[in-house]
Design a binder for this molecule. Structure first.
Ligand code: IPM
Ligand code: MN
Length: 363
């Protein structure tokens, strides 16, 4: 084939792809969920569309409301359908605080963790930027939280439950494969960042088995990434350092439970959990990844227009990046940053939909 022809072929191929994309858009399953979930997701979709990305959405009514109405948490048929999407966008699930209508763990284990495990969403990526006026003002770091193992794996059980001799165990599962793939993700991410620095956070002085495995796995992965500097912090010390000098961190890689706790601390330090986005990633792309704000359903302010949609909007930006819409994603992140530059911590926010409009207008 002549050079020119080859070019032509390639172009036709691209055009076909573009045409295809334009026709169907990215297929996204939307789980608005409970409380403020649907409200913040509406703003995230508004912004994605204003960024010029065509999304083919299908709504799924999973969450506390569906559980209370039907007893269903995540039917196998729904899980099967979800596997077919390009991505999943989730608002928040859960009953009002203090309600005991949904037993603890029902939605956490039955829906959120089941999705993480079944879809092999092995990285929980949580980027943080310190807002103006927050204790971490100006900071920019990312937590790579292992998302399918550790204490979340569900190993354990009861012996003699309900008796004075009751025993409860809750193990932490750490596989070499699981730790290594998470570490690889962290180092590859650090390679693309300016400071190229990874900090492993664990508790190797007490958790001498799992800590040792993590330490060795990270050491070996680091050897394959000579351009990335790395160090280690015990998790308790990391809590002090995060408060005292958050700017020291670039990429933190850590175990599932440590990552859960550290990211709430980081969210609070950076201006509030209402700004914290997350991506539950299947980096191997054997199925859809799931994107969700870190905050909960906040039933107390549902329907009042007071929910902050920025975490959902930023989660949608992470989703677009994962879907290959890097330019649109970057534009949304820039619009959020520029909006926040004029909204220091504590400044009053307009309504949920007005915030969405303001971001959309800046695109
Ligand atoms: C989070 C949440 C979840 C977790 C809960 C709701 C299962 O706190 O995404 O951080 O512990 O991972
Ligand atoms: Mn959490």
């Amino acid at each position: 084939m002549h050079e020119a022809e080859r070019g032509h072929e390639a172009e036709r191929g691209h055009e076909a792809e573009r045409g295809h994309e334009a026709e169907r858009g990215h297929r996204v399953a939307v789980i608005g969920g409970d409380g403020i979930g649907p409200e913040v997701i509406a703003e995230a979709l508004k912004v994605a569309s204003a960024a010029g990305v065509s999304l083919d959405t299908v709504a799924y009514d999973l969450g506390a409301a569906r559980y209370l109405a039907t007893g269903e948490v995540l039917p196998d048929t729904v899980l099967g359908e979800l596997r077919g999407f390009d991505a999943i966008l989730l608002g928040a699930v859960g009953p009002p605080v203090g309600s005991n209508a949904v037993p603890p763990g029902t939605l956490e284990r039955g829906l959120l963790l089941r999705l993480r495990f079944e879809l092999d969403l092995y990285v929980n990526l949580r980027p943080f930027t310190g807002l103006a006026g927050s204790p971490a003002e100006g900071c920019d770091f990312v937590v790579v939280r292992e998302n399918t193992e550790g204490a979340y794996a569900g190993e354990g059980g009861f012996l003699r439950k309900g008796t004075p001799h009751e025993v409860a165990t809750q193990g932490s599962v750490n596989t070499r494969m699981g730790v290594e793939r998470c570490a690889r993700f962290a180092f590859e991410l650090a390679e693309r960042r300016e400071r190229r620095r990874v900090t492993l956070v664990h508790k190797t002085n007490v958790l001498t088995f799992s800590g040792d495995l993590w330490q060795r796995a990270v050491q070996e992965v680091a050897a394959d990434h000579q351009g990335v500097e790395w160090d280690y912090n015990h998790v308790d010390a990391a809590c002090i350092y995060l408060v005292e000098r958050p700017s020291a961190y670039d990429v933190i890689v850590t175990d599932n439970l440590f990552g859960d706790i550290l990211t709430d601390l980081a969210g609070a330090l950076c201006g509030g959990i209402g700004f914290a986005a997350s991506a539950n990633l299947n980096p191997a792309r054997t199925g859809p990844s799931l994107f969700e704000p870190v905050h909960g359903a906040a039933h107390d302010i549902a329907g009042t227009g007071r929910a902050n949609p920025l975490a959902a909007i930023s989660s949608a930006a992470l989703m677009l990046d994962h879907l290959g819409e890097a330019a649109a994603s970057a534009r949304i992140s820039k619009a959020v940053a520029s909006y926040l530059a004029s909204h220091p911590v504590g400044a009053p926010f307009p309504s949920t939909s007005a915030v969405g409009d303001a971001i959309a207008e800046r695109l």
